[in-house]
Design a protein around this ligand. Sequence first.
Ligand SMILES: [Zn+2]
Length: 251
Amino acid sequence: MAEKVLWGEMTRLELEKISGQVDTILLPVGSLEQHGPHLPLDTDSFDAMYILLEAVEKLDPPRPPILPTISYGLSEHHMAFSGTVTLRPETLFSLIFDIGRSAKQHGFEKIFIYNAHGGNTNVLKEAALQLKYELDLTVFIDSGESMEPGKRELVNSKNDVHAGEYETSTSLANRIDLVDQDKIKKPTLTFPDESFEFDHKPAFFYTWSTDELTDTGVIGDPTKATVDKGEQLWDGGIKLLAERIKTVMEL
Ligand SMILES: [Zn+2]
């Protein structure tokens, strides 16, 4: 039997054995939110587990266990579109803190979070700091940074941050049967002026809501998405993530 990597599939004894061999655990974090008219609501949650499973596959045993996905995130900015279910920031903070506290008690010292939803990032960082200060746990958060080099190389659409060229390509590559390709269409994006655009650097923060910026819920251009781009994006991202996890395990 192949070595188990999913925390939830292990027996208590199997988990105990792993905790004696590795000090790192992996936690996928996603969202349940509208992804335009053509992508599934659970895209971020599915992708977070997908990339971790693929990355772990590249590591030699003993491999770090993967906790069950946190399948909800902070998606208040998508609530104008149906299907979105959001947590309050304090809920996500508490979830991360409580999971960390439990893992620490079972002998793990490092948590590597793969976060597939940008809206979660600030609260995840706050929870990570609290775990460090209160429990001396070390937390690492990859909010898609492993995918960045591929994105810079392959994605050409402006302001492509949600269900656009990038995310539609990655979904075509890993779940083509759930992409409603007839519904793929370029949205009309409205920014107050150029300095509000996501590509504008230096960026400044403002409390945008998705429905203020786009008519379809998409931000970016999904019409430029292809299976091939998605496969290349995943390949590069999985390799980088695997290296990063290995580095963390060796610290
Ligand atoms: Zn997404």
